[in-house]
Design a protein around this ligand. Structure first.
Ligand SMILES: CC(C)(COP(=O)(O)OP(=O)(O)OC[C@H]1O[C@@H](n2cnc3c(N)ncnc32)[C@H](O)[C@@H]1OP(=O)(O)O)[C@@H](O)C(=O)NCCC(=O)NCCS
Length: 183
């Protein structure tokens, strides 16, 4: 879907631009998926599973942009790629079309400076524009920064999913299911 770029001033004085991810970003998106998979245990991929080709990545972005009710936003801080957030419909059937699921992730270097807040505020506004009535996400229960951010933005914990992730060392992580109504 369409999204008009916006500029924000962060609390550290840096400028954050939120814009749509474009096909020209494909190479930096591959790098982003690889690096963030290494930097945090809270995203859903082992590092070696983050291996899209340039053409696959271009196609993912092309499809996201062509879809009327999907978005892949990108945040830049002083011109440097800081991270992304996306939403898509949970299922393309009449009984599900009021619900979207979201995801967000930033490079570690950009955590804690307010980028996640502006990125998600823009994402939620776009979800409302797209006609969604409910936004949903799953978050690792120990991911304090993310859970606090989501609560700050009005999400409520509605359930848990035990053993949602299994890590290579044999340990597990549970998910919290969080929901925000847009209407
Ligand atoms: C989760 C994430 C997107 C948050 O983005 P961010 O830009 O770091 O968050 P912000 O600086 O906008 O802070 C938003 C709120 O989160 C909370 N927060 C941020 N960092 C925190 C920390 N280290 N500990 C506890 N709470 C924290 C605060 O409540 C903060 O609000 P406040 O500053 O008004 O008090 C980011 O840390 C990230 O990408 N983490 C790794 C990937 C990930 O976990 N993605 C979510 C998967 S569900």
């Amino acid at each position: 879907m369409e999204y008009a770029s916006k500029e924000f001033l962060l609390k550290n004085g840096k400028t954050c631009v939120i814009r749509r991810t474009e096909e020209a970003d494909a190479e930096r998106m591959i790098e982003y998926v690889n690096v963030t998979a290494e930097e945090t245990p809270f995203l859903g991929r082992e590092p070696e599973e983050a291996s899209f080709t340039l053409e696959q990545e271009r196609e993912i972005i092309r499809n996201m942009n062509a879809a009327e009710r999907n978005i892949l936003l990108l945040a830049e801080v002083d011109g440097v790629h800081a991270g992304n957030a996306n939403f898509s419909c949970v299922k393309d059937r009449a009984r599900f079309r009021h619900r979207c699921g979201i995801g967000v992730g930033l490079y570690r270097a950009f955590w804690g400076m307010g980028v996640g807040t502006v990125l998600l505020e823009e994402l939620l506004a776009a979800a409302r524009t797209a006609g969604y009535e409910q936004v949903e996400l799953e978050v690792v229960s120990t991911n304090e920064a993310a859970v606090r951010l989501y609560k700050k933005l009005g999400f409520q914990v509605t359930g848990t999913l035990p053993w949602a992730f299994k890590y290579k060392d044999g340990s597990y992580a549970d998910f919290l299911l969080m929901v925000k109504k847009l209407v």
